[in-house]
Design a protein around this ligand. Structure first.
Ligand SMILES: Cc1cc2nc3c(=O)[nH]c(=O)nc-3n(C[C@H](O)[C@H](O)[C@H](O)COP(=O)(O)OP(=O)(O)OC[C@H]3O[C@@H](n4cnc5c(N)ncnc54)[C@H](O)[C@@H]3O)c2cc1C
Length: 314
């Protein structure tokens, strides 16, 4: 086996053009090899020492997160936690501190697992992946990047250099929650991300995406969110729910649950049955929407929502 340690993007791209596979934190690649899931490639190029991949930049209308940025950094970065809260929620839930300290957002996205935690948050925030070869740079919609469990449409010489995310409006908020059985070293049983933007006291735009309920991350169609009454719904303070502890109207919550359960196509495995996943994904979606609406209306909910409001393991 050969290992090249790249310190510039061009070095990494040259090695990839010669057939090397990139390795960032190695928490999927190396751990997968040790668990017997897939052998290590013959040629690797380490990309974790490329400074440009470790940057988080704010431009006129986008936030650019370098593919090498670790989960530990994402969860504590002021810009990410403040403006892209769902991504910070997700990063804070990944594995253990050891995993978060080396595991990267680029590795999470390019590994293509339907259980990846940053995937649904990136989708609801409208992120695109920046993919580079020696001769070309392109921006790819995430829905076009993920083609199945563990597979992506990028070619073998394409390096993901960044995730590029439109800056959300000031009256917008986002959140990610997941169901988990214990706090560390556990991937999502199911998870849901939501983003919400208000126009006055009404929801003007909303997106919802689901983790671990289909071969790839699933986004709910805007038309279905409109039919469910989420788009156009009243914000916190506009709803009298009696005993129901949410900012969403009960009829909208029921409709949202039905839409989400309908779009989910989960499998049964040793962690959960398909029926259990189909039921719990509705609960997670409602909670993600609820937290996103509260954040959009200015309420502070600390990252991650799971720990702040007691969702999942205690
Ligand atoms: C104990 C443990 C717990 C975990 N818990 C979670 C969890 O809770 N949630 C979760 O989502 N994940 C979890 N994971 C999975 C893993 O930590 C994450 O997916 C992590 O973000 C992977 O990043 P990495 O840098 O380690 O990727 P690597 O292992 O280095 O790479 C993963 C894949 O992506 C490719 N790749 C990496 N970077 C790039 C790039 N810039 N461009 C192109 N291709 C690239 C590699 O070639 C490889 O195919 C866990 C893993 C472990 C070992």
């Amino acid at each position: 086996m050969t290992l090249v340690v790249a310190t510039t993007i061009d070095e990494a791209l040259r090695a990839m053009a010669d057939g090397s596979r990139p390795i960032a934190g190695g928490t999927d690649l190396v751990v997968g090899h040790r668990q017997g899931k897939a052998p290590l490639p013959d040629a690797l190029v380490a990309i974790d020492r490329i400074p440009e991949l470790g940057r988080i930049d704010e431009a006129a209308d986008v936030i650019r997160i370098g593919a090498g940025v670790t989960h530990a950094r994402l969860m504590s970065d002021e810009l990410v936690a403040g403006r892209l809260s769902a991504v910070a929620d997700a990063a804070a839930l990944v594995g253990s501190p050891a995993t978060r300290n080396v595991g990267s957002i680029g590795g999470n996205v390019m590994n293509g697992s339907p259980a990846m935690d940053t995937g649904a948050p990136l989708v609801v925030l409208g992120a695109k992946a920046e993919l580079r070869t020696l001769s070309n740079t392109r921006l790819v919609e995430l829905a076009d990047l993920w083609t199945g469990p563990g597979s992506v449409s990028a070619t073998s010489d394409e390096l993901c250099t960044a995730l590029v995310i439109p800056i959300p409006a000031p009256n917008a908020g986002s959140a990610y929650v997941r169901l988990e059985y214990r706090r560390a070293m556990e991937i999502a049983v199911v998870g849901a991300a939501a983003s919400v933007e208000f126009d006055g006291d009404r929801v003007a735009a909303a997106r919802v995406a689901l983790t671990a309920v289909a071969p790839t991350i699933v986004e709910i169609d805007a038309a279905d969110l409109m039919d469910a009454g989420l788009i156009g719904a009243a914000g916190p303070g506009g709803v009298d729910n009696g005993a129901v502890d949410t900012v969403l109207d009960a009829a909208v919550m029921d409709a949202l649950t039905a839409v989400v359960a309908d779009r989910a196509a989960p499998i049964s495995d040793l962690r959960a049955s398909d029926r259990y996943r189909r039921h719990t994904i509705g609960v997670m979606a409602k909670r993600a929407v609820d937290a996103a609406m509260r954040r959009a209306s200015g309420e502070h909910i600390a990252v991650p929502v799971n720990r702040s409001v007691g969702i999942g393991a205690s």
